[in-house]
Structures are given as structure tokens and as C-alpha cells.
Design a protein around this ligand. Structure first.
Ligand SMILES: NC(=O)c1ccc[n+]([C@@H]2O[C@H](COP(=O)([O-])OP(=O)(O)OC[C@H]3O[C@@H](n4cnc5c(N)ncnc54)[C@H](O)[C@@H]3O)[C@@H](O)[C@H]2O)c1
Length: 354
């Protein structure tokens, strides 16, 4: 029986897909159906998928994380599963963060917990969501309302799989990469500054930093019972609200949330003007990214709409406060209670909402 008491998953970094034998009677593959579009002569993905006699391809994305549709989706998953379902079985999740969140939840509740292996197919999932044991479903238009802590036993980080994904998926990971570079123990933001190559060519280099820095945080506070793990929510307060409101990709939304958090940190005097200018110039030069309120297509949401999403997403105490992650400098996140009304006023001051 699998006991999810160890938050340090075994990380297996591979140039190519893992072709070692996984017992076909006990391993079930759940994969993102979109990956079938990557099948080709040069890339053995099809052979890998078809090496699992028990498998299912599902359409990934936020709708797969719907709590309302969960019973129907679970029944669909169970049809091709080796019967009878046993606790000794392992669910192998091949896909991005949405499929990983869904699969992690399924693995955690099926027979009160079956085995779990993640093979992330997006950069964001490989550097972030596959690690740390959080999974989640969305409810009533708000993100990640239902979920469990259930770390994978193994996470395969496969370079050829990530490199085969389209450019926009790589770009969607910039938010989480920049987040770890700014808050992480190894402070690799400084190394990003030194990088001469374009970002597409140096993402793989920092994968190890992202993963190690995330485990450094998680292992100190696996169940987020202190404020240590909350530092990983840097950029996520406004980020999640924008993601739900606009249906933007997760990573893009987090990056916008990071811009908001950086400016608020500067405005409060926690982050020096010099530090703020440096960070903003690196993000714009290396990643060609800036706050979305400068874009012409951006239409501001109403304060009430964002307030509703924040109330659903965040834990607000009786004093109307929530914990917000500020940045005091590279490698120095700081979790501080703020009033929800202050957060909304600041979002208004910065021009994110009307
Ligand atoms: N559990 C956690 O700790 C955690 C952390 C961060 C994010 N998340 C969650 O992760 C999700 C975002 O993950 P994501 O960015 O990987 O998005 P995703 O899983 O929704 O994938 C994005 C799109 O890319 C497609 N896709 C996946 N891999 C592909 C590939 N190799 N080639 C071509 N297309 C591919 C998918 O079908 C989908 O259309 C959000 O739901 C977010 O809440 C969870």
C-alpha cells in the first residue's frame, strides 16, 4: 500500500521517455489526449503510451478540474482501469498541470489512495505543479477549492517531451520560473541576469533550481500549516482572480500577479526602488513581458468581480485579513496579513481593476 507520508518524490530526469517496464497489470496510464498530436516517427511517444494496456486519453484543461463533472469523469477513468481496482495499483499521469491536478485527486481518493507517478508534459507542470503533493478541483468558478495533499512517489522530468511542446506553453511557464527565481533559496535570478542565450534556450538549465527550491520550502511546511509554504503563493492572489475572470492560462496570470505584488512591495517600502527597477527590467528584457494593463486588449474587471473571486479563493479571517506574499528583495519573500479592502484599493491604485 502506498503511504503518502513522504513529500519528497523521487525525481527522475531523463533525456527521453522512460521505457523501462511498468507492470501492465498494476499501472494505469491517464494521459492528455492532446499529446496524440505529437506522435511522429522521430518521437516515441505513441509507443510509450501504447505500452500501457490499461490507459485513457482525456481532454485536459480547466474543465477537467470541474468538481461538478468529477463523478462522470471518475466513472470514465474507471472503465479501462485494471479490474478489480486495488490499492496496490498505480496511476501514471502524463500531461500538464490540469491533468496532474485531476489525476492526483483521483489517486488520493480511489480506495483511499493508490500509487501515483507524474510525467509532466508542460514546462509549468515539470518545474512546479507535479511536485509538492497538492492537487485540486475547481468549484463555482473559483480555482482549487477541493483537493488533498498527495505527493507522487515518482516524477519523471523528460526533456524531449517538454521540448516537443509548442512555444506558447513554454512562455506560459515564465510566471512560475520567475516566481521561483525571485523567492527561491538558490536565488537563481542573479544567474538569469548573466544568461546570454534567449530564454527558450535556457529554461532547461533552471529546471533543477525550480524543483530543488520548491522542495526546500515544502519539506519545511508540507501541509502549509505555517506561513513557509505560503511563500509559494507569491503572485497568486490577484493571479488566480485574473485567471478565473479572464480564463487566461495559469502561468500568464501568475506573472501578472507577480507584477502586482512587486509594485505593492515597492509602494509599501518593503522593496527598494532600485531593487524593483532591476527586477522589472530583467523580466522585460529577458522574458519580453510586462504588466498586462499596458496592453490595448485588456479590459479592466470591476472591483466587485475581483472581490468575489478573492473571497472564494483566499482564507479571510474574522478581521477581514488574508495573508499576502510581498518581496523584500531577491530570495526574501515576506508573508504579511493585509485587509482585503486594502488589497482591492491597491489593485485599483495600480490600475488592475475599475
Ligand atoms: N498542484 C499544484 O501545485 C499546481 C501548481 C501550479 C499550477 N497548478 C495547476 O496547473 C494548471 C496549469 O497547468 P499547465 O500550464 O500545464 O496547463 P494545462 O494542463 O491546462 O495544459 C495547457 C494546454 O496544453 C496542452 N498540452 C499539455 N502538454 C502538451 C504538450 N507537450 N504539447 C502540446 N500541448 C500540450 C493541454 O492539452 C492544454 O490544452 C492549472 O490548473 C493550475 O491551477 C497546480
Amino acid at each position: 500500500m502506498f503511504k503518502p507520508d513522504n513529500f519528497k518524490s523521487k525525481i527522475i530526469v531523463r533525456a527521453q521517455l522512460p521505457f523501462y517496464k511498468l507492470d501492465p497489470d498494476t499501472h494505469f496510464l491517464l494521459y492528455d489526449k492532446q499529446l496524440e498530436s505529437l506522435y511522429s516517427e522521430e518521437f516515441d511517444l505513441q509507443d510509450f503510451v501504447e505500452s500501457f494496456p490499461h490507459r485513457l486519453g482525456l481532454k485536459a484543461g480547466e474543465p477537467l478540474k470541474s468538481f461538478r463533472d468529477f463523478p462522470k469523469n471518475l466513472e470514465t477513468v474507471l472503465k479501462p482501469w485494471p479490474q478489480p481496482v486495488k490499492r496496490s495499483h498505480t496511476l501514471v499521469a502524463l500531461g500538464g498541470g490540469s491533468l496532474g491536478d485531476f489525476a492526483g485527486f483521483v489517486a488520493s481518493i480511489l480506495k483511499r489512495g493508490v500509487g501515483l507517478i507524474h510525467i509532466p508534459s508542460t514546462w509549468l507542470a515539470a518545474m512546479d505543479s507535479a511536485h509538492g503533493g497538492k492537487n485540486a478541483l475547481n468549484m463555482a468558478g473559483a480555482k482549487n477549492q477541493i483537493g488533498t495533499f498527495y505527493p507522487a512517489q515518482k516524477v519523471f522530468v523528460v526533456k524531449e517531451l517538454l521540448e516537443s511542446s509548442p512555444r506558447e506553453l513554454k512562455e506560459q511557464a515564465y510566471g512560475e520560473l520567475i516566481k521561483m527565481a525571485l523567492i527561491g533559496e538558490s536565488q537563481f535570478f542573479r544567474e538569469i541576469i548573466e544568461e546570454r542565450r534567449p530564454v527558450e534556450d535556457f529554461m532547461w538549465r533552471f529546471m533543477k533550481n525550480c524543483i530543488e527550491d520548491k522542495y526546500h520550502v515544502i519539506l519545511q511546511d508540507p501541509y502549509e500549516s505555517k506561513t513557509i509554504r505560503q511563500t509559494l503563493n507569491f503572485g497568486h492572489s490577484l493571479g488566480h482572480a485574473l485567471e478565473s475572470h479572464f480564463e487566461w492560462p495559469h502561468g500568464d496570470s501568475v506573472l501578472q500577479g507577480i507584477f502586482f505584488s512587486l509594485e505593492w512591495s515597492r509602494y509599501r517600502g518593503l522593496l527598494s526602488q532600485v531593487g524593483y527597477d532591476k527586477i522589472m527590467s530583467v523580466i522585460s528584457e529577458k522574458f519580453s513581458r510586462g504588466p498586462a494593463y499596458e496592453f490595448r486588449w485588456y479590459r479592466k474587471p470591476a472591483l466587485k468581480a475581483i472581490e468575489r473571486l478573492l473571497l472564494a479563493d483566499k482564507k479571510i479571517n474574522d478581521q477581514g485579513q488574508l495573508n499576502f506574499v510581498f518581496l523584500k528583495g531577491v530570495g526574501k519573500p515576506s508573508v504579511q496579513p493585509v485587509l482585503l479592502t486594502d488589497l482591492l484599493s491597491e489593485a485599483k491604485r495600480q490600475g488592475w481593476i475599475k
